[in-house]
Design a protein around this ligand. Structure first.
Ligand SMILES: Cc1ncc(COP(=O)(O)O)c(C=O)c1O
Length: 396
């Protein structure tokens, strides 16, 4: 394996163009070559590529003189963002509502699905709070019940989740595609099949997956997918999206209601012709006014991922994460992330997590400490040398 910063990386994959990590770092992440920091924290915050900083800054600079920004520029950046996301996850732009974070989509599901007394929502435990609190609050207010399925051997138990779907009243399965602590990737195809066979909606928190692993919703359908762009999509804070499947569009209550969620709202000369006819796309769920400058940045980051090739990026991430997991196991560390089911997160549980975290920090290895695990998260810019450095420090 060659992931060296100075060397060209030849990733496997049937003639796919190689990822030129050295050029990528030089052009988009020049600070990474200063050598004082190893950034392995995309699972927390993905670094902005230089082009995203430039795009966002240019839009902000233009904003000083709002009259010089045309409607086409303003709304075009949102349309472009929806198109890029749709292309990445295999759906139509009309299935995408831009959002400020993951929680927006999960709240839409919790409050907008037709649920009430007697209904049950199934979630696994170890979920990130963004996928728990909306359900807890909505269950309380709306009278449905939340059934939390325990993990097995510290990771999500898909068999138990599927078994739980058979109980009376189950209407929803909601889970993270990739666990934020364990890094375990759930089998969305299998869970989706089980849900559809029982008439259960599948709601997915995809923030730890999209950008780090491949997803094509045409082959792996889900009902609603919520995703922030601030991690694996290398987008600015306050950017993200909610995918709503065409089959769910009319079933979901629009909640909260935004004035641009209705069809007539594009005509600013007739805003007082109130008409509560929803847009016929997922844009009915979009909360305006959005941060146009932030979506300009997000679109630039997505364009970079497309230039590199999303499949090249996910392969590179998988190889880096695999190398971290393998190297940690070889050094006798307790590996939390299942090696056969990982995306971009490599989690290990050292004897003294806080001390290990401090050691990594002083060695400039940017990581997260989550629930007693050290979480490492490489991305397209990660080199083999950086992986070796991280492993050396982990094992000391
Ligand atoms: C699984 C998961 N969901 C959601 C979030 C964040 O949610 P939001 O985008 O709403 O801040 C995180 C991390 O911050 C996460 O790891």
């Amino acid at each position: 394996m060659t992931l060296g910063g100075r060397m060209r990386v030849n990733l496997p994959g049937g003639g796919a163009p190689p990822l030129d990590v050295a050029a990528l770092r030089r052009d988009e992440f020049p600070w990474m070559d200063a050598g004082d920091v190893v950034y392995l924290n995309a699972a927390s915050t993905g670094p902005l590529p230089a082009r995203a900083v430039a795009a966002e800054s240019a839009f902000t600079a233009l904003r000083a003189t709002p009259h010089l920004i045309s409607f086409d520029e303003q709304f075009g950046v949102l349309a472009r963002s929806r198109e890029l996301i749709a292309r990445l996850i295999g759906c139509e732009a009309g299935d995408i509502a831009l959002a400020g974070n993951t929680g927006a989509g999960l709240n839409l599901a919790a409050w907008g699905l037709p649920l009430g007394a007697g209904d049950v929502v199934v979630i696994p435990d170890l979920e990130y709070p963004a996928g728990v609190y909306p359900w807890l609050a909505a269950a309380d207010a709306r009278g449905f019940r939340l059934n939390t399925v325990p993990a097995r051997n510290g990771v999500i138990d898909e068999d138990a989740l599927i078994a739980a779907l058979g109980a009376p009243g189950v209407k929803v399965l909601s889970l993270s595609w990739v666990g934020f602590v364990t890094g375990a990737v759930s089998d969305l195809a299998r869970l989706g099949d089980a849900c559809r066979a029982r008439g259960v909606w599948l709601i997915v928190d995809a923030i730890q997956g999209v950008g780090a692993a491949d997803l094509d919703l045409r082959r792996t359908p889900v009902d609603l997918l919520a995703c922030g762009a601030q991690k694996w999509l290398l987008g600015p804070w306050g950017t993200g999206f909610t995918y709503v499947s065409p089959g769910l569009l009319e079933t979901l209550t629009v909640q909260p209601v935004s004035w641009m969620g209705v069809r007539g709202s594009d005509d600013f000369s007739r805003l007082l012709d109130y008409d509560l006819t929803w847009r016929d796309s997922a844009r009915r769920f979009e909360q305006v006014t959005l941060g146009y400058q932030d979506f300009a940045g997000m679109a630039a980051s997505l364009e970079l991922l497309f230039e590199l090739g999303p499949a090249n990026v996910t392969r590179h991430i998988a190889r880096c994460t695999g190398a971290l997991l393998e190297g940690a196991a070889e050094r006798g560390l307790a590996v939390v992330t299942p090696r056969a089911r990982h995306a971009g997160i490599a989690s290990v549980r050292p004897a003294d997590p806080a001390a290990t975290s401090r050691r990594l920090e002083s060695a400039g290895i940017v990581h997260s400490l989550r629930e007693g695990t050290i979480r490492l998260a490489p991305h397209c810019y990660t080199t083999e040398a950086e992986i070796s450095t991280a492993l050396e420090q982990l094992a000391r």
